[in-house]
Ligand binder design. Structure first.
Ligand code: EPU
Length: 421
């Protein structure tokens, strides 16, 4: 049982490197299924989600080697001519992002059997948009025994209109369409920087894609692709974690490699709250002025304020002066960690997808449990502004998305330790 022990901290100072984007890397790994041969991906952090997707691809016959960590983390994946196109329950259950193997498997092998993802800490998360869009490209699905099985001849390009700009559904259709016959157009596509990163890697493999990063992506299918050599973009959610840390504990830190252009709306909100971010060209210099000020927040698809930032923002609002209304528009169930913040003395009321956060001067250290990656990191940050000791259990959730969270926060002057019991 591993936990984080956190003590009151601040002001923070120093430099921190932002590592590769989890939600890019996982899709880049799936995209290697589109071409046999040896693929190279750089800037791959040593996080559990990468290890699970390696295991998933390994079960299909893909050999992989992950060396180093942080910005030096490098992944080599060797994809055979034939793979076993199955994503088993044991692995999909660990990571919902496994669903992104569906598009590439169907595009290249004409068949895929993927366990249906269950519910998780965000509540019910369906995959209907993935399936409907793939059906438009010619896939026939059957569902039995908890698995969805798709079959097709060569996919045929089509116009796909999403009712919501789903991030992974956009990834999936993009990866399917690159090998389809003819043109595919995705309307109301997700615009996240990670979608652009995936499109960049696919383009490097020989795909023809226009419009990634906009709501309309046009893909001209090609006959075959070649292996990739690509470096993942920095993780904007990890960057947001460090910005929240300095916002809470005060001080000035520099985030090396952070892309201010990938987090404009967040930076605007932080400025209103009292955290000033300056784009240095090589990263972001962040300075916090206390007390923080409350602002209302609504999560929205990119370029809106990402739902993944919300646990950090709610933690900051917990100690800000004033009252804020936070509205969750992406995942209805994503307020579960609020109970843990309340145990630390935060004054938060939730109703449906709204939360009212009344700032208190300081939180109070308590044993709390990490419910998921980002909320877990937010609870560690809450400990920085809590009197006494905070003990965050469920470290394994945090490890899914953070390499060495405790060590990197300590290097900025925070009192954070990881203890293995
Ligand atoms: N939705 C459907 N049907 C679908 C797909 C999505 O109804 O077929 C709904 C979802 O239930 C949700 C909304 O559409 O209400 C948006 O979900 P989306 O598909 O965009 O989310 P996702 O692609 O499953 C990714 C990230 C999440 C991040 C969200 C929102 C990955 C692996 N995951 O999830 O990241 O919160 O986009 O930006 O890219 C994390 O990193 O811990 C994480 C959860």
């Amino acid at each position: 049982m591993e936990r984080f022990f956190v003590g009151p901290s601040g002001p923070l100072s120093g430099r921190i490197e932002v590592f590769g984007a989890k939600n890019s890397v996982l899709k880049l790994m799936a995209a290697t299924l589109l071409a046999p041969g040896r693929h190279e991906i750089g800037n791959v952090p040593a996080i559990t989600d990468v290890a699970i997707v390696r295991e998933l691809l390994g079960a299909m016959g893909v050999e992989s080697l992950h060396s180093g960590g942080g910005t030096s983390g490098h992944l080599t994946l060797t994809v055979p001519n034939e793979v076993i196109p199955v994503a088993p329950y044991e692995l999909v259950e660990k990571i919902r992002a496994s669903i992104v193997v569906l598009g590439p498997l169907l595009a290249r092998y004409g068949s895929a059997r993927v366990s249906l993802p269950g519910g998780d800490d965000f509540g019910h998360r369906p995959i209907d948009m993935h399936l409907h869009a793939l059906e438009e490209l010619g896939v026939v699905f059957t569902t039995e025994h908890g698995y969805v099985e798709g079959r097709c001849d060569r996919l045929v390009g089509a116009r796909v209109v999403f009712e919501f700009p789903s991030h992974t559904a956009t990834d999936n259709i993009l990866m399917a369409a690159v090998l389809a016959k003819g043109t595919t157009v995705i309307e109301n596509a997700a615009r996240e920087p990670e979608v652009i990163d995936l499109a960049d890697m696919l383009t490097g493999m020989g795909a023809h894609i226009e419009g990634a990063g906009t709501s309309r992506i046009e893909i001209e299918g090609v006959e075959e692709l070649r292996p990739a050599s690509h470096v993942a973009i920095p993780d904007r959610v990890e960057a947001a974690t460090w910005l929240a840390a300095v916002g809470l504990a005060g001080g000035e830190i520099e985030l090396l490699h952070a892309r201010a252009d990938h987090m404009e709306m967040l930076i605007e909100k932080l400025a209103e709250m009292g955290v000033r971010c300056v784009d240095t060209g090589s990263g972001i210099l962040a300075t916090a002025t206390h007390p923080l000020r409350s602002v209302d927040i609504s999560t929205l698809p990119y370029p809106g304020v990402a739902t993944d930032y919300k646990p950090f923002l709610v933690t900051m609002l917990s100690i800000a002066s004033g009252v804020a209304i936070v509205t969750e528009n992406i995942f209805a169930g994503r307020f579960r960690y609020v109970d843990e913040l309340r145990r630390m003395g935060a004054d938060i009321t939730t109703k449906g997808h709204h939360a009212v956060v009344r700032g208190v001067p300081r939180l109070s250290g308590a044993p709390v449990r990490s419910p998921d990656i980002r909320a877990g990191a937010a609870l560690v940050l809450a400990g920085l502004v809590a009197d006494g000791a905070t003990e965050v259990s469920g470290a394994e959730h945090i490890d899914r998305g953070y390499e060495n969270l405790a060590g990197r926060l300590s290097a900025l002057g925070a009192d954070v330790r990881r203890v293995n019991e």
